[in-house]
Structures are given as structure tokens and as C-alpha cells.
Design a protein around this ligand. Structure first.
Ligand code: HGY
Ligand code: MN
Ligand code: MN
Length: 464
């Protein structure tokens, strides 16, 4: 291709298919593009760029149908029957989009649009489709189906990528079944310790990770978990589209969030053991109630988080299990799971330490055994790459979409992809910031805006 500084004006007629059945195509706006950093973008002339809202909305609803719980809630757990059906649905859409599809040993799914320079490190986008019990149909899904629609829109516009473009569906971003968050992206980032841990990990039904993976058609034969690891530089950039899972964009009436950093998550599992006994016959002074130890620790989590003095420190006790779980039996065992996060890693680690001290103190004071205080993960935060922040900001401006820079208090696969590639995230508003519950909702207009920003950002990065 002639070496010329091709400054092409990307005249993009934004024609958005009507949202609710109204299929009149509207010409939304013309805007000039930007000079590609490389000089061989060629003259793309005028492109018509359309996001097909109707099909995107339909796909979100169809995907929500693969769920262990009934609408409006969604439950989709790694390697379950519905997860396998949902994966098949995504692979089918990747095929329809003309992407070449591959899966790694644990089921990270990659759909590739080969660029004119396949030898260059590709650009990637994507997210997850697994869903915690009784949650919503947008968390993660917007970043997978939206990425496919961004690719479709670019293809329809006649755009030609220079760097190949990958859409990734990450295996199991949620910690639900095996207690490990972002399992697929952690492994991609080369987490040796996790690869070891998974060889001995079982779920609450005592099914091993390897067995569950095999039941879904992964980890076959001699496949090694380390085969999932990707080298630094495997991607030139990674961009994830996601609902904000917080109220800021909606409250401030903004269309796009440009994520600058992802908060640092930690999760802990604690087990107490006491004598248990008869709820009527054992008098209070002679009890060592494992249930009350768990309850006291839950309150201690709240106390230590609030003591941090920062609103950015959060703590949640989402799981408390009591054994034997009978109303007239003093709990002899308790299992409690704690999630605590902060944008400041030091401050977060200080809270984890205080929780540990409280667990020891409570066990002594109540005469229960502290069977285990297991830190499942204690991850550093991740910063988005300035080059990707700039690309997303330019794209939002060109689309006349209001945006603001913000941090992500939720974690995402991007937190781990950032260990092997420059990373960026695009947020869209969601209703009252609700997420991880059936009321989670994002309007197709907001989703469509996110897809447009993603498409333009990918176009720019692919030519960088
Ligand atoms: O918990 C999280 O931050 C993510 O939504 N799984
Ligand atoms: Mn989630
Ligand atoms: Mn998510």
C-alpha cells in the first residue's frame, strides 16, 4: 500500500435501526474521523456505520434464556448445561460474523477478524457471559454481544482492520462455582499458582475443576492449564465494554464512562468450629457457638471497613453457612466468605489484616476453633493505558457523546488482561446502578452508544 499519510475522513452515517420494531433507518450524524497513526490506513472514503439495535436487543434476550433460574433473573454458572448452551450460542454468532473461532483449555473463546497485517499483535475486546445466581442479563453480556455487534458494524461499513481484531469470551469471571474470580483471564495472564490450585479445586458438590471442565469438553487429553497462559504483548491493546454497575453515569446524565483504573479486590474464606449441641439443654455460659462467631466477624468486617476513613473502601459478607443448620441446634461449624475492595491497595490490605486479627480474637473469646482463614485472592488494582483512554475519549467526542473519566469499583477480566496488555474499559449507564440482581437494566440506546464508541476505538487501535 502506497506509503502516504492517508488522512481519511471517516464519514460515518450513523444509521441506527429503530429500537422497538420500527425499522426505519435514521441517518444520525456525519462526523470526520481522525488521522490513523499508521500511514497505510488507506482512503476509506465514506462509510456507512450502523449498529443494529434490534438484533442486539434480541440476542441479549435470547442469551438470557440460557439460565438455571427463570426470568427476569439469570443464573449461569461455569460449565453448567446452560453455560455450555450459551457458549454454543456465542460461538455460533462469532461464526455468523465471519470470525475464526478457537477455544483454549479452560474455555476462553476467541473470535478473530484477521487484519491486513496479521503479523502485528492484534487488538482484543470482550467480556464474560457467566452470571451469579439470581442476577441480571447485562453484566458481561453487553461486552460480548456488544463487541460482536461492533465487529459487524465495522464489517458492514467496509472498514478493513490492519491489526487483527479478537473478540474474547472469558471463562468464568464470577467466583460462584470454584470461588475464584476471573478464572479464565487470570490464567491467560499466566497465574502459575492458580494453575496449581485448580488441579486440586472442587466445587460445593465435590466435583473437581478438571472433571467439570472435561464435562464441558475442555481440558481434554494431555491439555495443560499452562497452555492457557498468554505472553506479554500477545495483544497490542484490550478494550472491554461493560455496564457501570454503579449509579454515577445515570445520576449525572452522562452517556459514557472512560475507566482510568479498576479497584483492588480481595476475598477471604473463614471457618469456625465449636461444640454445637442442643438449643434447649445447653445453657448460655457453656456454649461456644460457631454461628455467633461468624456473625460477630461479619460485623467486624463492617467496622474495619468503616474505620478506613475512605468511601472507597468496601466490604461485604455474601456467604454465611451454618452447620448443621437446624433451628434447635447450636451451630457447631460456620463458614463465612468476605469480599473487600479499595482503589488503594495498602488500605485494602490493612483491612484484610484487621479482619484476620478479629477472627483470631473472636475465636479465643468464644472458645471456638478458627479452622481456617484463607485469603483466596488479594489482587492489586490496574490502571488503564493512557493511549486507550485517549482513543476512547476521541471516539466519544466524535460521536457527540458526553463522557467522564472514572474508576471501576467492580472488578473485571480487564483487571487481569492488564497484566499482559495495555487495557481500557468503556462504561455505559445502568438503571440506578443496579447489578448482580434481576432488576439490572441498560437501555438499548445506552448499549448502542457503548457499541459505537467501542467500534471506533477498535478501528483506531487496529490502525495504530
Ligand atoms: O464482583 C464483581 O466486581 C464482578 O461484577 N464480578
Ligand atoms: Mn459480575
Ligand atoms: Mn462483569
Amino acid at each position: 500500500m502506497a506509503q502516504r499519510r492517508a488522512f481519511f475522513s471517516l464519514f460515518i452515517l450513523l444509521a441506527v435501526a429503530g429500537v422497538h420494531g420500527d425499522s426505519t433507518m435514521k441517518t444520525m450524524e456525519k462526523f470526520s474521523g481522525y488521522p490513523p497513526e499508521s500511514d497505510d490506513a488507506g482512503d476509506l472514503g465514506s462509510l456507512s456505520f450502523s449498529v443494529d439495535n434490534n438484533s442486539l436487543e434480541r440476542q441479549i434476550d435470547e442469551l438470557a434464556g440460557f439460565s438455571d433460574t427463570s426470568a427476569p433473573s439469570v443464573t449461569r454458572i461455569i460449565y453448567s448445561k446452560n453455560d455450555i448452551l450459551a457458549r454454543r450460542y456465542i460461538k455460533n454468532l462469532m461464526g455468523i460474523s465471519g470470525l475464526s473461532v478457537r477455544e483454549d483449555a479452560v474455555g476462553n473463546i476467541f473470535g478473530r477478524w484477521e487484519g491486513s497485517h496479521p503479523e502485528l499483535a492484534p487488538v482484543a475486546t470482550g467480556s464474560h457471559i457467566d452470571a451469579i445466581p439470581y442476577s441480571g442479563k447485562y453484566d458481561g453480556v453487553v461486552g460480548v454481544l456488544g463487541a460482536l455487534e461492533a465487529i459487524n458494524a465495522l464489517k458492514r461499513s467496509g472498514f478493513q482492520p490492519k491489526r487483527s481484531l479478537d473478540v474474547i469470551m472469558f471463562t468464568s469471571e464470577e467466583p460462584t462455582r470454584f470461588g475464584i474470580s476471573c478464572l479464565g483471564s487470570r490464567l491467560m495472564a499466566g497465574d502459575e499458582a492458580l494453575a496449581q490450585l485448580l488441579l486440586g479445586t472442587v466445587d460445593s458438590h465435590n466435583i473437581s475443576f478438571i472433571e467439570a471442565a472435561r464435562s464441558a469438553g475442555y481440558m481434554m487429553g494431555q491439555q495443560e492449564l499452562s497452555s492457557v497462559f498468554l505472553d506479554h504483548g500477545s495483544y497490542s491493546s484490550f478494550v472491554e465494554l461493560h455496564i457501570e454497575q454503579g449509579p454515577i453515569l445515570e445520576e449525572e446524565g452522562l452517556s459514557i464512562g472512560i475507566v482510568t483504573a479498576i479497584a483492588a479486590p480481595a476475598s477471604i474464606k473463614v471457618d469456625f468450629e465449636g461444640n454445637g449441641g442442643h438449643a434447649g439443654a445447653v445453657l448460655m455460659p457453656s456454649r461456644n457457638d460457631a454461628g455467633l462467631a461468624a456473625a460477630e466477624l461479619a460485623l467486624a468486617v463492617e467496622k474495619h471497613v468503616l474505620e478506613s476513613g475512605s468511601l472507597d473502601t468496601v466490604g461485604t459478607v455474601g456467604i454465611i453457612e451454618l452447620h448443621p443448620g437446624a433451628v434447635n441446634s447450636i451451630p457447631s461449624k460456620s463458614h463465612i466468605e468476605i469480599d473487600t475492595r479499595d482503589i488503594d491497595e495498602e488500605r485494602r490490605n490493612a483491612v484484610v489484616e484487621k479482619i484476620h486479627q478479629s477472627a483470631v480474637k473472636i475465636s479465643k473469646a468464644r472458645g471456638v476453633k478458627l479452622l481456617g482463614f484463607h485469603i483466596v485472592n488479594q489482587d492489586p488494582p490496574a490502571l488503564a493505558a493512557e493511549s486507550i483512554i485517549a482513543a476512547m475519549s476521541v471516539a466519544s467526542k466524535q460521536l457527540n457523546l458526553s463522557s467522564k473519566r472514572m474508576i471501576s469499583r467492580a472488578y473485571h477480566d480487564s483487571l487481569f488482561v492488564a497484566r499482559i496488555s495495555p487495557m481500557g474499559m468503556i462504561f455505559i449507564p445502568c438503571y440506578k446502578g443496579y447489578s448482580h440482581k434481576p432488576e439490572e437494566y441498560a437501555s438499548i440506546e445506552n448499549i448502542s452508544n457503548g457499541v459505537k464508541v467501542l467500534a471506533l476505538t477498535l478501528a483506531k487501535l487496529s490502525h495504530s
